[in-house]
Design a protein around this ligand. Sequence first.
Ligand code: AP5
Length: 220
Amino acid sequence: MIVILLGAPGAGKGTQSAVLSSRYGLTHLATGDIFRAEIAAKSTLGEKASNYVKAGKLVPDDLVTEMVAGKMDVAAGKYLLDGFPRTLNQAQSLDQTLAKNKAGISSVIYLNLPQAEAMKRLTSRRICASCGEVYNVLTRPPKTEGACDKCQGKVEQRVDDSEATAAKRLQVFEDLTSPLIAYYKAEQIFNEVDASKRPEEVTKSVCAVIDGLQVKAGGV
Ligand code: AP5
């Protein structure tokens, strides 16, 4: 089963992925998390990606597809893709890889959130620099300001969550990623969920989609 979570920056892809990957035994592959880890490790890939990520631009398709190909064992086939694909090129190259392996995408779940709400969530998000736990100063602050509830690590703002860079990322989504909505609708694997509801309600809607797939397939 390969499920793609599609949605604007801040739509809640990471928040939902944390629940879904353990509930359904799916490997969570989040390209943004991988880039941030590579940048922190100062790897060659991290150095190539760094300026794009910091500026809120997309990392070039060839770097992204090569990186994803190295992380995905299509034959194993149980993935939750978060933040990939993000351009038509990436979507087509994923389709080709899957076709070569006689595999396919089970569902694309679009977390639909108005831009203004996405902007509010991005600029109020905070992340633990040590374990990656996601907080929000408006809706889910850590118990002690600046310290992670789970590991006591430093809770800080992501470098690309400043107002200017968040606005840039939302524009990039409109320009380069939103065409994927029509692309996947045409393939009839597209489902839309209202991402403006509370996290638990969003989870319920997403699970309804995945449970429906399992019924059709007779299990994951
Ligand atoms: P990436 O890390 O993928 O960022 P993104 O897509 O911009 O998504 P976010 O992580 O910002 O948001 P999210 O949807 O996961 O929301 P979250 O759950 O955290 O990519 C970063 C960069 O890497 C890109 O800009 C690009 O440079 C590069 N990159 C990555 N993939 C690439 C690719 N395929 N091609 C090229 N470049 C690529 O939630 C946000 C906040 O809202 C949190 O505070 C959370 O607590 C809160 N929240 C979540 N859900 C709810 C809810 N239902 N109600 C209220 N608050 C909520």
